[in-house]
Each structure stands twice: as structure tokens, then as C-alpha cells.
Design a protein around this ligand. Structure first.
Ligand SMILES: [Zn+2]
Length: 165
């Protein structure tokens, strides 16, 4: 007990003051779904000029289009009014700038125990991997051609998106 008190206190303020999402539906009001990295430098809604309620957001290390990401995209497209999908990895991403071995070594040093069995799915060529991930979406049998899919790199230093695909 107590480990989360600061966050729960902030949550009570959030719910109490001007909470206006009650009774809200769960569709993507701007028709947008976003796959991006877990990186704390990314503010996925604000960087696209969106607000809560506008977009479906799926995050993981490296912004990878995993099986779970595809599940989210298919649900978004068919049940939650998603019309455009953005895949957005970013500059200076840990999983795109370390080798699998380096990450294992760093985690092992922190954990004080063996980490050679843990996979991190590092990305060796970020742009090429983004292209493959975009293809995983566009070639998915349950993602119709009417859905627009774009691949972008987010620059964590300038805040700008650069479209690659
Ligand atoms: Zn990252």
C-alpha cells in the first residue's frame, strides 16, 4: 500500500475536476489508429493535434506491428471507425540503436542475473523494418484497401514526423 498514492491522488483530481469523458463511446472519432513506441518522449495525441476520443493507440518497444498490433488494427478498422493507420517509430529509439546482445547485457547488469534468454526484437534497419511492418498491415486479409496506411519516423528532438511510406 502507498506505492501508488501520488498517482491515485492525481487520478481523483482528474475524475473530480473537469472529467467529461463519461458515457463516451469507444470509437476513434478522428478515424485514426496509431502504432508507436513506448518511449516517454512521445505524446501520441498531441503530436498529431488530436485529443482523447480521437484515436486508437497501440504502443510497444520500437513501434512494431506485432500480432497484437494487428489485432488492434483489425478491431479498429471494423468496429471502431478507423480509416487511417499510422506506424510511428522514432529517432534515438533504444531497440533500434542497440544490438540484441547489448540490451541483454544491460538488462543483465541491472537485474544482476542472466538475461540471455530474453528477446527484445531489436531493429537493425529502422526504415526497412518500417516498410515490412507497413506491408504486414496492407497485406492483411482483414484490412481493406480503403484504409490508408502510412509509415513515419518521429524525430524526438524536433517533434516532426517524416513520412517514409
Ligand atoms: Zn523507442
Amino acid at each position: 500500500m502507498g506505492d501508488f498514492d501520488d498517482l491515485l491522488s492525481a487520478n481523483r483530481d482528474f475524475a473530480g475536476s473537469d472529467f467529461d469523458f463519461g458515457g463516451f463511446d469507444g470509437v476513434a472519432h478522428a478515424g485514426v489508429a496509431l502504432v508507436t513506441c513506448m518511449d516517454s518522449r512521445i505524446d501520441p495525441l498531441r503530436m498529431l493535434g488530436l485529443k482523447p476520443g480521437d484515436a486508437k493507440i497501440f504502443r510497444n518497444p520500437g513501434a512494431r506491428v506485432t500480432e497484437a498490433a494487428l489485432e488492434a488494427i483489425v478491431l479498429g478498422v471494423h468496429l471502431l471507425r478507423v480509416e487511417r493507420v499510422l506506424v510511428v517509430p522514432h529517432t534515438r529509439c533504444a531497440v533500434a540503436s542497440n544490438s540484441e546482445e547489448t540490451l541483454r547485457e544491460r538488462v543483465a547488469a541491472s537485474a544482476g542475473t542472466d538475461a540471455t534468454w530474453q528477446r527484445f526484437h531489436v531493429v537493425e534497419d529502422q526504415a526497412a523494418t518500417l516498410g515490412l511492418d507497413i506491408h504486414r498491415i496492407t497485406s492483411h486479409p482483414l484490412v481493406p484497401d480503403t484504409v490508408k496506411v502510412g509509415g513515419f519516423i518521429y524525430d524526438v528532438d524536433s517533434g516532426l514526423l517524416e513520412q517514409k511510406y
